[in-house]
Design a binder for this molecule. Structure first.
Ligand code: GLY
Ligand code: MN
Ligand code: MN
Length: 435
């Protein structure tokens, strides 16, 4: 794997010209008082180094005569490591992670300037930590002030995102192996949830069953807080309380995925708690399922990213008209976004090291065209949210639809000939989710 990290750094450096890029590790996040959340490395940092400790800075200086890849890390400190865990330390940063030079993080201010002085620009993403931004900006300003003395130094700051994130957008075979594993574990968990859901059980019990499998199979844990939403809770897109006792007539919407080797899966299924759909539930479910299938069919190399969403919106709008929740001419309803009270989110996002992964969706007036190696979700839904006021020219909503929330989400890889649904092992046909 180290060879691949090196290749990524080289690929990035080949696009930096005479620039120097600085990357910072993710900060520790406090859970409460002196307890911290499990550490999770920043995705850009991890993508380029595989290094998973906090308090680190990576520098790429392609123009430097000796050191192109420099790591600043926490030094080994026996007393601290006894409390907070093993640290790789300065020597191993070179031996294991392939840095040309490594320093303790406390030397950052002293050592950084030598990697910036000959650069013509600084690549840096202004992050949330203002103090660290100020530190980097301080170096930049100092080098600008002293520019006349040298006649060299960075005279612009450029975000690392556009270059790096276009690399991250297309997954390598080894990244896809991890994504397939993340998908397989979440697939097993969803299948198990379908088996053990029953009236009388609580949403959190199903959450526990799912997350048990995540960890049991070696996943780092959930990719995001698992959503286990029964009945009208399914109309709250990010419902994560998961406290309700499920009833015979409920639908259960489960949106849960795991992180495996830092890569994420993201699956949603909706099925009847008591085993059989009511006629209304089934009608809306079939509309969403059709929208999802047709949207997946649009995942083809060369197709615009937005085509899957546009396809889903059309089928959902047609369905809403057919059942009488909307009325009017389809094109006009779509143009005026009359479907939005019932379908308020997008159909897709990129998936990878981040659940909502990096990469652009649109290039100004030009669409992002799908390419082999990209992974995206397809996740249409319908939500008849209680107390929705219909638009002026729209009918009252018949109470029999109210409180139904449905989403179906799969993870789809663009291949050279079409697509591959990485999460195809979770049932979604009506007769498969009915028991
Ligand atoms: N679970 C987050 C999403 O589906 O985008
Ligand atoms: Mn999801
Ligand atoms: Mn998603």
């Amino acid at each position: 794997m180290q060879a691949e990290y090196r290749e990524r750094r080289q690929q990035l450096m080949s696009k930096l010209g005479n620039g120097t890029a600085i990357f910072r590790s993710a900060p520790m996040a406090v859970m409460h008082n002196d307890v911290e959340y499990t550490y999770r490395q920043d995705s850009d940092f991890f993508y380029l180094t595989g290094f998973n400790e906090p308090q680190a800075v990576a520098v790429l200086a392609p123009h430097h005569p000796e050191h192109q890849f420099i790591l600043f890390v926490q030094p080994k400190e026996r007393e601290k490591e006894v409390w907070t865990g093993y640290r790789c330390g300065v020597d191993a940063a070179k031996e294991i992670y392939g840095a040309d030079e490594a320093y303790p993080i406390t030397d950052l201010d002293e050592k950084l300037p030598q990697y910036l002085e000959k650069a013509d620009r600084l690549y840096y993403h202004l992050g949330r930590d203002r103090t660290f931004n100020d530190k980097i900006l301080g170096h930049y300003q100092h080098l600008l002030r002293t520019y006349p003395k040298r006649g060299t130094g960075p005279i612009a700051i450029e975000d690392t995102g556009p270059i790096l994130h276009s690399m991250r957008l297309v997954k390598s075979p080894s990244e896809l192996d991890l994504m397939r594993q993340a998908a397989a574990i979440a697939t097993e968990a969803h299948n198990y949830a379908l088996e053990v859901t029953a009236p009388g059980r609580y949403e959190y019990e199903i959450q526990a069953e799912i997350e048990h499998i995540f960890r049991l199979r070696g996943a780092m844990g959930p990719a995001y807080p698992s959503i286990v939403a029964s009945g009208a809770n399914a109309c709250v897109l990010h419902y994560i309380e998961n406290t309700r006792q499920m009833q015979q007539q409920d639908l259960l919407l489960i949106d849960a995925g795991c992180a495996y080797g830092y890569y994420n899966s993201d699956i949603t299924r909706t099925f009847p708690v008591g085993g059989k759909f009511t006629p209304e539930q089934k009608t809306l479910y079939e509309i969403v399922l059709e929208a999802q299938k047709q949207a997946i069919a649009q995942v083809q190399p060369g197709n615009p990213f937005n085509l899957a969403h546009d396809t889903a919106v059309r089928i959902l709008t047609e369905g809403l008209v057919e059942v009488g929740i909307l009325k009017g001419e389809i094109d006009k309803l779509i143009e005026e976004e009359k479907y939005k009270p019932f379908y308020m989110h997008r159909t897709s996002h990129w998936l990878g090291l981040d659940v909502h992964d990096v990469g652009v969706y649109q290039h100004g007036d030009n669409p992002q065209l799908l390419q082999p190696g990209q992974v995206l979700t397809i996740e249409p839904g319908l939500y008849i949210v209680p107390d929705t006021k219909p638009a002026e020219d729209q009918p009252e909503i018949d109470p029999r639809w109210v409180g139904i929330g449905i989403r179906i989400e799969d993870d789809v890889l663009v291949t050279s000939t079409g697509h591959e649904v990485l999460t195809a092992g979770v049932p979604k046909a009506v007769d498969e989710v009915e028991r």
